[in-house]
Design a protein around this ligand. Structure first.
Ligand code: ADP
Ligand code: F6P
Length: 319
């Protein structure tokens, strides 16, 4: 019987449990044995593998976090740690591994595949920073959480006639800021991909304030710079009382929305059927409305492209 291991790695994201559930149940449906690795690559190095069954993943589709646990593993990046991970797979007789995580985790998956393991990467991160897929699983739930928070911040900012700089996550990617800024009706967004817009943003706040605008919400991606420094500069140049709200880890937690449950379930299913079909390594993505299979190395060589069309919409309709 074919044996498959699944691990979740890197920053957790809403939808990880939906992926685990789908992978485990599809594997059993297809007649394979499925093992869960506890704690990402760290757990792989330490041999923390347990056989999973249909009932092991009951009642989790709606839960945030990951029942398997996750990690950022410096050991996995060392020769010693990596060799240990390969040895563990040999001991268990496992030749096929499904890695669910972000950009870093999938690069780790590529390394495993270069060592002769058949690996399938599942894009799971709130950041939406992978170029080969239109969306990573977890992104839309994080955007929803951020948008809800922006709406609450709007109330108090309006009441005091202030400005609020709302810092969102995303590492080097501005997508959470772009989407939540648009959906939350922010006046401006600041993203790492288009930092040149900063002077224009301050000028816009002065012009709109002079025109009678009562309060200002600006969504800034963490990768675009120091939010507190920007707030100081903004206050100095505009004279508007300016606060900062760092949304932080609330963006990672919570029940996955319908999109992330759907993506998690369909992509998880595809990961298993593909890895059982062929002795090769893949990344599963979602492009143009369809679940698609990519060669793992090729997928990771595709650069993420910033969505300037949405950015132009923000500029046109946010005042
Ligand atoms: P994410 O997957 O959310 O982007 P990280 O970038 O922290 O999170 O990556 C998760 C883990 O994947 C790292 O802690 C490391 O063990 C492994 N990893 C990241 N990049 C590489 C790489 N280039 N080669 C091998 N392993 C890597
Ligand atoms: O990759 C997901 C993410 O939440 C990023 O948006 C953020 O920069 C990072 O993880 C935070 O990582 P940690 O949980 O290690 O603090």
């Amino acid at each position: 019987m074919e044996k498959i291991a699944i691990l979740t790695s890197g920053g957790d994201a809403p939808g990880m449990n939906a992926v685990i559930r789908s992978v485990v149940r599809t594997a059993i449906y297809e007649g394979a044995e499925i093992y869960g690795v506890e704690g990402g690559y760290e757990g792989l190095i330490d041999g923390k593998l347990t056989r999973l069954y249909e009932s092991s993943v009951a009642d989790i589709i709606q839960r945030g976090g990951t029942i398997l646990g996750t990690s950022r593993s410096t050991r996995f990046k060392t020769d010693e740690g990596f060799k240990k991970a390969i040895q563990v797979l040999e001991v268990f007789g496992i030749k096929k591994v499904i890695v669910a995580g972000g950009d870093g985790s999938l690069r780790g998956a590529l390394k495993l595949s270069q060592a002769g393991i058949d690996v399938v990467g599942i894009p799971l991160s709130i950041d939406n920073d992978l170029g080969y897929t239109d969306y990573t699983i977890g992104f839309f739930t994080a955007v929803e959480t951020a948008t809800e928070a922006i709406s609450r911040i709007r109330d108090t900012t309006e009441a005091h006639g202030r400005a609020n700089i709302v810092e969102v996550m995303g590492r080097n990617c501005g997508d959470i800021a772009l989407y939540s800024g648009l959906a939350g009706g922010a006046e401006s967004i600041i993203v790492p991909e288009r930092k040149d817009d900063i002077e224009e943003i301050i000028k816009k706040a002065i012009v709109t304030r002079n025109r009678g605008k009562k309060y200002h919400i600006i969504v800034m991606a963490e990768g675009a710079g120091d939010t507190n420094e920007f707030a100081k500069e903004f206050e100095k140049l505009t004279g508007i009382d300016t606060k900062v709200t760092v949304l932080g880890y609330i963006q990672r937690g919570g029940s996955p929305n319908i999109v992330d449950r759907m993506l998690g379930s369909t992509i998880g299913n595809k990961a298993v059927t593909e890895v059982l079909k062929e002795n090769s390594s893949f990344a599963i993505g979602y492009t143009n409305g369809k679940v698609k299979v990519f060669d793992l190395e090729e997928a990771l060589s595709i650069d993420k492209v910033f969505n300037d069309e949405i950015n132009e919409v923000v500029k046109a309709i946010s005042i």
